[in-house]
Write a protein that binds this ligand. Structure first.
Ligand code: OSB
Ligand code: MG
Length: 417
């Protein structure tokens, strides 16, 4: 067994202090304005998963304004509903028609109140998170605290061990070359995207090339069925750290069945969108690990609940990613200071994705394979104004008086992103 790669926090599994964030301090937040900047940033290399590929990162950068302070976040939806059911378009319309009116109804008394306001809206978790996370950033700035402190993270864990997620590449040679290069930079773990036809061979070649001591895992993004169990068994001798989301999202029972048939531990990603999902997965024995992404689960309130319920049940988690710009990357690092983040996550340095990140300076990998959590206040970074201008292909500003009545496409808005 590999040595535990994460320094112990020494914190016992009690409810996250972050679940009480802002509640007793008497601050009110009256949102005055929101900016949506849709950005398109070229990726250094196209990123290919089992469900498709992308050559550029596209996302909404969200800025909330109140009392002269700004809070930032970014959305994690994609162009097509292939990772989950949400898209840029669905996220945009949900925000505009359903979430924005609930936000400006009256001032917020805590960042958790966003969760309560949004509760009547079903699903659309990426849309909820996109604005909820900006409000958390604002709240932490308002309190002059780094976000991790408001979330109840551990000050001692400000250096976050990280890995890298490597997309499906044209040849095994390409995979070995990319892996060697990331390992030489210091990354603590390699995650290889797999699909039928790109699994056993590349993973076997990689294990042979890097030896037994390197942490390797695979991510299938739901590309297999339970029928594939005999094939997935062939991965057993490779001693992968885990296999992420081999089967369909939602299919807890088949994941439990698969777990009995293979020795590679199972991690769930797409399947887990709520505290309830995490509890079910743990109760059923459907997974040994969970990849937590705040954007996927609807924001920090839900993420903290998932953190606590998995900690209580002894299911370790790690922080996933969606090829975020530096804004989302900073959010991920703050979350990763919580004690149940026990394995290196997918939050790699800026230069793994972009020639020029949206933030300046970019996130750089420390020599020991960690990224440093910015000291704040809030997430501790903001978009570089010139780069935001350069990458933005669509912009809207909403103010308090702007109420977009549903019942049709809001007037004058684009119908595609
Ligand atoms: O399944 O974890 C995933 C990227 C886009 C969509 C889904 C996933 C990913 C990654 C990349 O694996 C993680 C990262 O480097 O941000
Ligand atoms: Mg995944």
């Amino acid at each position: 067994m590999n040595a535990h790669p994460y320094p112990s926090s020494g914190i016992s599994p009690l409810s996250s202090p972050g679940l009480n964030a802002g509640a007793s301090r008497g601050h009110l937040m009256k949102i005055e304005r929101v900016d949506l900047d849709f950005v398109e940033i070229p990726l250094k290399t196209p990123f290919q998963t089992s469900y498709g590929g992308q050559a550029k990162k596209t996302t909404f950068i969200i800025t909330v304004y109140s009392e002269g302070l700004l809070g930032y976040s970014e959305s994690v939806a994609e162009v097509h509903p292939l990772y989950t059911e949400e898209t840029h378009a669905s996220l945009y319309f949900c925000l505009k028609n359903d979430l924005w009116p609930r936000l400006i109804e009256k001032p917020l008394s805590s960042p958790h109140e966003v969760y309560e306001r949004f509760k009547p809206v079903r699903g659309n978790r990426m849309a909820k998170a996109a604005i909820e996370m900006a409000i958390w950033d604002w709240w932490a700035r308002r309190l002059h605290q780094p976000l991790y402190q408001l979330l109840g993270g551990d000050v001692a864990r400000r250096k976050i061990p990280v890995g890298v997620s490597i997309g499906i590449l044209p040849t095994i040679q390409d995979l070995l070359r990319a892996s060697e290069s990331y390992l030489s930079e210091g990354y603590r773990r390699l995650k290889i995207k797999i699909k039928p036809g790109w699994d056993l061979e590349p993973l076997t070649a990689l294990r042979k090339a890097v030896g037994e001591n390197v942490l390797i895992m695979a991510d299938a993004n739901s590309a297999y069925g339970l029928d594939d169990a005999p094939h997935l068994q062939l991965l057993d001798p490779l001693h992968l750290l885990m296999i992420e989301q081999p089967l369909a999202p939602n299919d807890f029972l088949d994941h439990r069945e698969l777990a009995k048939k293979i020795s590679t531990p199972i991690c769930l990603d797409e399947a887990i969108v709520s505290e309830n999902d995490a509890r079910w997965a743990a109760e059923l024995g459907a997974c040994s690990f969970i990849n937590l992404k705040t954007g996927r689960v609807g924001g920090y309130t839900e993420a903290l609940k998932i953190h606590d319920v998995t900690f209580e049940r002894g299911v370790p988690i790690w922080c996933g990613g969606m090829l975020e710009t530096g804004i989302g990357r900073a959010h991920n690092l703050h979350l990763s200071t919580l004690p149940n983040f026990q394995w290196p996550g997918d939050t790699s340095a800026s230069d793994r994705y972009f020639a020029k990140d949206l933030i300046d300076p970019p996130f750089r990998l420390n020599g020991d394979g960690t990224l440093t959590v910015p000291e704040g206040p809030g997430i501790g970074v903001q978009p570089d104004a010139a780069r935001l201008r350069q990458y933005t292909t669509y912009h809207e500003t909403w103010r308090l008086q702007d109420v977009f009545v549903g019942g049709g496409l809001p007037h004058g808005t684009p119908t595609s992103f």
